[in-house]
Design a binder for this molecule. Structure first.
Ligand code: P53
Length: 476
């Protein structure tokens, strides 16, 4: 093969809560993203008890895509997008999450959005749950620690699969489901699973329980989706940060292997429909008594995913230490800095080769088609007086990654479906809630405090990416 296959899905990616705004429009309910304030690098976002006066909630307005999507999609079409990845805000369809009937105004919004995409020749790629579950499910049910959420999620999935089956072919269930492997911090458990830990609670088994219910819900959704329409392609979505050993010392290598086990077992369950033995042994060693029924196991085998969607931003590194004889990986304490790579202003390690490695790792393990549904460079952009942004650093980052992606396809034979860089239009950062951590090809005039006209303008990378797509990845 000389390059990317015909029909390669070039595009861009976003998530509903990070760009739509309109947080109370069309009957939308409050989501977990609506109760998170703005933070900064090193300053965590605050998760408040409901929406409180006087706090800065950046997702409430975001970039007002809810009202401006027609113009924004035109800009994506101008770049030549073949596809556009976004999510459906669960709270637009089921405002509280536990209703029996969906909210028609929310369904209509996505009908209009998808129609507009298709009119422009852009195929929607849809995530069902991207960090925005109904907040009511947190306060009433304790989030995904409660088995009842399986039914609520599956109901939501069935409604949208049925409604959009002729408009949307590519789906993913839970965004970056494995982020919650980082359970000591409050961010990932809340955004992934609506988990608020109790003081002194042993967090780790709660995380495994919530993830189990999500994996069962995902499998049931995949099965239902295929029954509704066998043409639907339903994938998982994994945050891939490959974990390297800091040195070639044998125990560093074993530590890295254990770390990969602890961060990527989620993919095993999604793809193979069962838990890897290393994790079952770990549960036993730690005495975690999880609620995993025979019925659940059956469901997992019947809802294996069609492809693996994943994000790639950075690689990690780890090492063995004397105080950790079992070489257990703890994402909060076990990571070390890699001396061979640079970092972004937010401390994310920049490693294009890691993308080629990740593609090979996934393909060696699972032999399923892969879809890079996020990749990008969060940076501070400067708007010049003539309205342009000279973001050569972003072009350099993306070009280096596409180059490695090409090697994985052409030299290594990986089956790659497409590539959708993250935050193709500037939006609210998930991790920090900032506007100034920008990823877009399109600049949005808005700052961290919420000031700005929301005007859009093309950055230098806009024309560059247009050429990349037009040349099917040849002109970098
Ligand atoms: P932000 C951590 C590590 C890798 C990906 O992230 C992550 C996170 C969470 O911060 O999230 C994904 O906005 C996620 C997007 C998010 C994007 O990466 O923190 O799927 O919602 O915006 C970039 O810079």
């Amino acid at each position: 093969m000389s390059g990317f296959k015909a029909g390669f899905l070039w595009g861009g990616a976003v998530a509903a809560h990070q760009l739509e705004g309109g947080w109370q429009e069309g009957g939308k309910g409050i989501s977990v993203a609506d109760v998170m304030t703005a933070g900064a690098h090193g300053v965590p976002r605050e998760i408040t008890d409901g929406v409180l006066p006087g706090k800065n909630y950046p997702n409430h307005e975001a970039i007002d895509f809810y009202h401006r999507y027609k113009d924004d999609l035109k800009l994506f079409a101008e770049m030549g997008y073949k596809c556009f990845r976004t999510s459906i805000a669960w709270t637009r369809i089921f405002p509280k999450g536990d209703e029996l009937e969906p909210n028609e105004a929310g369904l209509q919004f996505y009908d209009d959005l998808f129609d507009e995409c298709l009119k422009l020749g852009i195929e929607p790629v849809i995530t069902l749950s991207h960090f925005e579950m109904p907040y009511h499910l947190v306060t009433e049910y304790g989030g995904w620690r409660n088995r009842k959420l399986i039914d609520f999620f599956v109901r939501f999935a069935k409604v949208v699969f049925t409604r959009y089956q002729h408009k949307v072919k590519y789906w993913m269930t839970f965004n970056e489901i494995n982020n919650q492997a980082n359970f000591h911090e409050d961010f990932a458990p809340f955004t992934n699973s609506g988990l608020k830990y109790l003081p002194g609670e042993d967090r780790e088994p709660v995380m495994y329980q919530a993830a189990h219910y999500e994996l069962v819900a995902s499998a049931l959704a995949v099965k239902a989706g295929h029954e509704i329409n066998s043409a639907l392609q339903i994938g998982c979505m994994i945050a891939m940060c490959p974990i390297y050993p800091l040195s070639c010392a044998p125990n560093d290598m074993m530590m890295a292997m254990n770390a990969m086990h602890r961060r990527y077992w989620f993919t095993d369950v999604h793809v193979r429909g069962k838990y890897p033995q290393h994790l079952l042994n770990y549960f036993e060693r730690r005495g975690f008594a999880l609620d995993i029924t025979e019925e659940d196991k059956q469901a997992l085998t019947q809802g294996c995913v069609d492809y693996i969607g994943f994000s790639y931003y950075m690689s990690f590194a780890t090492k063995a230490t004397d105080d950790n004889p079992q070489l257990d990986y703890d994402e909060t304490t076990s990571l070390v800095s890699n001396p061979y790579v640079q970092k972004s202003d937010w401390g994310w390690q920049i490693d294009p080769v890691g993308l080629r490695y990740s593609l090979n790792w996934f393909y060696d393990h699972y032999q399923l088609p892969l879809f890079i549904v996020e990749n990008g460079f969060g940076a501070i952009d400067v708007l010049e007086s003539d309205g342009t942004v000279n973001d050569q650093y972003r072009i350099d980052y993306l070009a280096a990654h596409i180059n490695e992606m090409k090697k994985a396809v052409v030299e290594d034979g990986v089956d790659l479906m497409g590539y959708t860089p993250w935050g193709c239009i500037d939006l609210v950062s998930a991790g920090t809630g900032e506007m100034k951590k920008r990823y877009g090809f399109i600049y949005v005039d808005k700052d961290n405090e919420g000031n700005g006209t929301l005007a859009r303008s093309r950055k230098k990378s806009f024309n560059w990416y247009k050429e990349v797509i037009a040349s099917n990845g040849e002109k970098l």
